[in-house]
Write a protein that binds this ligand. Structure first.
Ligand code: M6R
Length: 612
């Protein structure tokens, strides 16, 4: 989603801002812009399209542009179409302030109506331009930029991460956060602001995370943090551990491919220091303070969006069938608005890669307000969901840059497997049984590495099916969510319409779609329902559907039925999804590459969806 980077110091901020924007591209965006202070005035450029287009335009127009204060933005359109005018930065009626903004001003129409009555004219259709005008009005009234921002934000409903600069206050940036992440990078005689650490990690590792409701006045040598009522807030400077190599492609053609191949290591990282194979048990430090609540929970409600929701569905199978804990899964986007029945003896488990997904964060707050214990399974350290949860487990997958989530998913599943073993043991599972499960879980990184060894089969399938318009993904039990996730991966990056279904449900409707052109991807491990899935495959074949099977290495029967067979090692049933999703990620990837789509930044998608 939208990205922000800003700089104040004594170096030329233009390359710093452009580089920061490039590092934020992975979040997904449709326009980009920059505003700097130069010779007592603004220099602003913005355009629909990519950061490269912006850099080219700057190079053409003013190759020697230098400035010591400035800010940049990548916009993912919410209000107003993605064009040059609606791109950020925006400015006020008299060009005294410029603003970049992540989030949504919900009451912007009411504010705009009033400003229009006062004679203001607007260039575009965004909520942000309205906020710029409002700050401009307050600035004219009080002459203090920080006070003007505070005053304007008092009138705003909605969410924001903003940076405001003015040629009339050339030695500061004013930034504020409510609902959209913002951090300040602390340098020596220079300071930065960004919506995401990756934008500034090349320059500083010292950061201050703003909390909701906080405003900061940033000069070259000082950061003053305050509330909206001007009460000073003392903040801790924290050290970020992110390495530059983690946010670079490292020889892979795409971040998504790099991240798929990182999975043997990221799955291992999710277990490291937590899985005690010899004891058949698990230790999760982040749950220390809430373990009593977890063990006595009446039920666990898992809630999330997108890929993380698919992980939750797998988690439901694991928790109910291995640990025998009642579990339910909810879309986070639905949870909040249906006045859910949640009690103090419920545990609500939020799953999120970014830890910033607005719907998931709202579900967390809803559950918390009803007295439930809320726990997070999160990747991004220090993110909002991690900070607002009573406890939780980091998945330690490292930065995920590809918009289509891959390694975060398998790490989420690994943490859910760990949680399941922990709860199962606490609820009476024998040590022997725990050891069997723990040993099997420990083999998964090696087994995933095996699946990743041969990618030729995926290239062959991609060549065969790259022109198809639809695809069906089938699986049963814990592999049903894998079918959903495989279908999601394909549609996200190749734009082929794909549906995931429980294999046996196919005959209740989707079977009508099957003809000789329909690829049907079936996950068919040798488990207790193998024969049933084989029957479903026969049903597809009888209608001349084209079968791509994800099957175990020792399955010879499948060769008779499937046009393509992708082999995966055997594993214990509920850990199967961790292995079976890998071929589906690769399949989506190679089909997208064969179709020539933008794999890492698919159209219309954002990495972290911070609006509802
Ligand atoms: O950061 P989160 O895990 O909360 O994000 C949830 C979804 O937005 C995300 O999984 C989305 O569906 C991805 N594009 C999936 O590839």
């Amino acid at each position: 989603m939208c990205g922000i980077v800003g700089y104040i110091g004594s170096r030329n901020c233009v390359p710093i801002i452009l580089e920061g924007l490039r590092r934020l591209e992975y979040r997904g965006y449709d326009s980009a812009g920059i505003a700097v202070l130069r010779d007592g005035a603004f220099f602003i450029r913005k355009n629909a399209g990519k950061v490269a287009d912006l850099a080219n335009a700057l190079g053409r127009e003013n190759g020697t542009l230098t400035a010591e204060v400035g800010m940049g933005h990548t916009r993912w359109a919410t209000h107003g179409e993605p064009n040059d005018v609606n791109a950020h930065p925006h400015w006020d009626q008299h060009q005294q302030v410029a603003i970049v903004h992540n989030g949504i001003v919900e009451n912007y129409m009411a504010i705009k109506t009033k400003l229009l009555r006062d004679g203001h004219t607007f260039l575009g259709g965004t909520d942000t331009e309205v906020l710029a005008h409002l700050i401009g009005v307050m600035f004219e009234e009080c002459g203090d930029l920080t006070a003007a921002v505070r005053g304007a934000l008092r009138e705003v409903d909605g969410t924001y991460g903003i940076v405001v600069i003015s040629p009339k206050a050339p030695d500061k940036m004013v930034v504020a956060r409510k609902g959209s992440p913002l951090l300040i990078g602390v340098g020596d005689g220079e300071n930065y602001v960004a919506s995401d650490a990756s934008a500034i990690v090349a320059h500083t590792r010292k950061v201050v995370y703003l909390d909701d409701g906080e405003i900061a006045e940033i000069t070259r040598h000082r950061v003053r943090t305050m509330t909206i009522d001007d009460v000073t807030v003392e903040k801790q400077v924290q050290q970020i551990t992110l390495e530059l190599t983690q946010i670079e492609r490292g020889g892979f053609e795409h971040f998504m491919l790099k991240e798929i191949h990182e999975q043997p290591e990221t799955i291992l990282n999710a277990m490291r220091g937590r899985l005690m194979v010899d004891e058949g048990d698990v230790r999760l430090g982040g749950l220390q303070n809430t373990i009593g609540k977890l063990l006595s929970a009446r039920r666990i409600v898992l809630t999330a969006c997108g890929t993380s929701w698919h992980a939750a569905l797998v988690g439901e199978y694991m928790l109910e069938q291995i640990a025998r804990v009642p579990a339910e899964v909810e879309y986070a986007s639905e949870f909040r608005y249906r006045d859910p029945i949640v009690n103090i003896d419920d545990v609500v488990l939020l799953i999120s890669q970014s830890g910033e997904t607005a719907d998931t964060l709202s579900a967390l707050r809803e559950a918390k307000s009803k007295g439930a214990t809320v726990l997070g399974i999160v990747n991004v350290v220090g993110s909002s969901i991690a900070r607002e949860s009573h406890g939780g487990v980091y998945v330690h997958a490292g930065p995920e840059i590809g918009v289509a989530s891959t390694k975060a998913f398998t790490s989420q599943l690994t943490v859910l497997a760990l949680l399941t073993i922990l709860l199962a043991r606490a609820r009476g599972m024998t040590r022997e049984r725990g050891v069997v499960l723990a040993k099997e879980l420990a083999t998964l990184p090696e087994k995933v590495a095996q699946v990743l060894q041969n990618t030729q089969v995926f290239r062959d399938i991609a060549e065969e099916f790259k022109h198809c318009h639809n695809a069906l993904y089938l699986g049963r039990g814990a592999n049903f969510p894998v079918a959903l996730e495989g279908a999601l991966k394909l549609k996200e990056i190749s734009y082929i319409h794909a549906e995931g279904y429980p294999a046996a449900e196919m005959k209740h409707g989707p079977i009508a779609l099957i003809d000789k052109n329909m690829p049907v991807v079936v996950i068919v491990p040798k488990d207790g329902i193998y024969e049933k899935v084989m029957s479903n495959i026969q049903e597809v074949r009888a209608r001349r559907g084209r079968i791509i099977a994800v099957a175990n290495e020792d399955d010879t029967d499948i060769d008779q039925l499937a046009e393509f067979v992708i082999r995966v090692p055997r594993t214990y049933g509920f850990f199967g999804p961790i292995l079976n999703i890998i071929p589906l990620q690769l399949l989506a990837y190679y089909i997208a590459v064969a179709r020539g789509t933008n794999v890492d930044q698919p159209r219309n998608l954002a990495k972290s969806v911070t609006v509802e």
